[in-house]
Write a protein that binds this ligand. Structure first.
Ligand code: NAD
Ligand code: UD1
Length: 317
C-alpha cells in the first residue's frame, strides 16, 4: 500500500448511496479528491459530504454524457451505481438491467478512453447462487439464480474483457451482505438488517421468508469502505483480481433476530411467509484471497456493528 499521488481523483459512481457515501468519506479521510456520479434514484444528497474536494455529477451511469463528464480529471474509479435489490430484479428484470449492466459497460468504455489506472467494481456473492457448500471460494462453481446475479457476473466478464483486450486494470469485489448506517430501511427492497432494526425500533413485527435458517455473511460497511480504499491504493497488480469481501462468519435469520433483540433490548414478533423465488440458501465467504492480496479484511463483529446501528436508530427517533 502506498500514499496516492496528489493528482489522484477517484470517481465513485453511486457515491450518494449507502456503501458509496462511506467510500467517499474513507477517501476524503485519506486526502483524496472525489467525484460522485449518481442519479439519486435511491441515494440522497444528504449522504454526500459538503466538502470542496467533492464534485457531484447528477446523471445516469448508463448514459454516455454524464459518465464522460464525471470521469473528466479522474485517475481511478469505484463503480457502485446499481439497483442493489435482488428481489427487485426478479420483479423488474429489464428495468434493473440498465443500471446493473449497461452502466458497467458505459463506465468501462470511458475508462478505456481516459486511461484509468484502476477500476474497482461492486460484484456480489449472488453470483455463486447455490453452487457451492459454504464457505464459497472464488475458484469454485458459479450459479447466478436471479437477473441481478446474472448482470453482476456479466459485469465481471466485461471487466476481464477490458483488462485483457485494452489493458484497463480492474478489481472485482464480490460483496456479501453489507449493513450499517445510512442503509435505506423504509423500502420493501431494503436489506434485511436495516428492515429488521427499523421494525425493532418501531415495535413492529418482522416477516421471515422461509424457515429463517438461511444463512448470510453480514459485513460491516466501514470494513467494506476500508477494503475498497485499500484496493485503490494497492501497488502493482494483485495475483487475483476477483475477490470475496465478507466477514467469513455465517449467521442465520433466527440468530440475527436474537442478536437484534439483545442489542435493542426488545422482543421482536416474527411472522413467516413463503421463501423468495431465487433466494440463496447459504452464503458465507472464504476470504483467503482478500487476506493474501489486499491484507485489509473485515474485522467488525455482528454485535459491534449492530450496536453502532442501534445508536443511529435511537438518535433518529
Ligand atoms: P444503494 O442503493 O444505497 O446505492 C446505489 C447508488 O447508485 C444509489 O445512490 C443510487 O441512486 C445510484 N444509482 C443506481 N442506479 C444508477 C444509475 N443508473 N446511474 C447513476 N446512479 C445510480 O445500494 P448499496 O447497497 O450502497 O449498493 C452499492 C453497490 O454494491 C451496488 O452495485 C450493489 O449491487 C452492490 N452490492 C451491495 C450489497 C449490499 O449488501 N448492500 C452486496 C453486494 C453488492
Ligand atoms: C443482498 C443485497 C444484494 C447483494 C447480496 C450479496 C440488499 C438489498 N441486497 O441480497 O445487493 O448482492 O446481498 O449476498 O442489500 N428476508 C426476510 N425478510 C425480509 C427481508 C429479507 O426474510 O423482510 C430474507 C431474504 O429472503 C433473504 C435474506 O433475508 O433470505 C437476505 O435478504 P436481503 O437483505 O434482501 O439480501 P440478499 O437477497 O441476500
Amino acid at each position: 500500500m502506498s500514499p496516492l499521488a496528489a493528482a489522484t481523483r477517484v470517481l465513485v459512481t453511486g457515491g450518494a448511496g449507502f456503501i458509496g457515501s462511506h467510500v467517499v468519506e474513507a477517501l476524503l479521510a485519506r486526502n483524496v479528491a472525489v467525484t460522485v456520479l449518481d442519479d439519486f434514484s435511491s441515494g440522497h444528497e444528504t449522504n454526500v459530504p459538503d466538502d470542496p474536494r467533492v464534485r457531484v455529477v447528477r446523471g445516469d451511469a448508463a448514459d454516455h454524457d454524464p459518465v464522460a463528464d464525471a470521469m473528466d480529471g479522474c485517475t481511478h474509479v469505484v463503480h457502485l451505481a446499481a439497483i442493489a435489490s435482488v428481489e427487485r430484479s426478479m420483479n423488474d428484470p429489464i428495468g434493473t438491467h440498465r443500471s446493473n449492466l449497461v452502466a458497467t459497460l458505459q463506465v468501462l468504455e470511458r475508462c478505456r478512453v481516459v486511461g484509468i489506472e484502476r477500476l474497482v467494481y461492486a460484484s456480489s456473492a449472488a453470483v455463486y447462487g447455490n453452487a457451492q457448500l459454504p464457505p464459497v471460494t472464488e475458484s469454485g462453481p458459479l450459479s447466478p439464480s436471479t437477473p441481478y446475479a446474472i448482470d453482476k457476473l456479466a459485469g465481471e466478464s466485461y471487466l476481464r474483457f477490458y483488462e485483457h483486450t485494452y489493458g484497463v486494470p480492474s478489481i472485482a469485489l464480490r460483496f456479501f451482505n453489507v449493513y450499517g448506517p445510512r442503509q435505506v430501511s423504509d423500502s420493501p427492497y431494503s436489506g434485511v438488517i436495516s428492515l429488521f432494526m427499523r421494525r425493532a425500533a418501531e415495535g413492529a413485527a418482522v416477516t421471515i421468508h422461509g424457515d429463517g435458517l438461511q444463512t448470510r455473511d453480514f459485513v460491516y460497511v466501514g470494513d467494506v469502505a476500508a477494503t475498497i480504499t485499500a484496493c485503490i491504493e494497492l501497488e502493482g497488480t494483485p495475483t487475483s483480481t476477483i475477490m470475496n469481501l465478507g466477514s467469513g462468519t455465517p449467521t442465520n435469520l433466527l440468530e440475527l433476530l436474537d442478536a437484534i433483540e439483545d442489542v435493542c433490548g426488545t422482543r421482536v414478533e416474527r411472522t413467516f411467509a413463503a421463501p423468495r423465488p431465487g433466494d440463496v440458501r447459504h452464503s458465507v465467504a472464504d476470504v483467503t484471497r482478500l487476506r493474501e492480496n489486499v491484507r485489509q479484511i473485515p474485522v467488525t463483529t455482528l454485535m459491534t456493528g449492530l450496536r453502532s446501528l442501534e445508536s443511529v436508530h435511537r438518535r433518529v427517533e
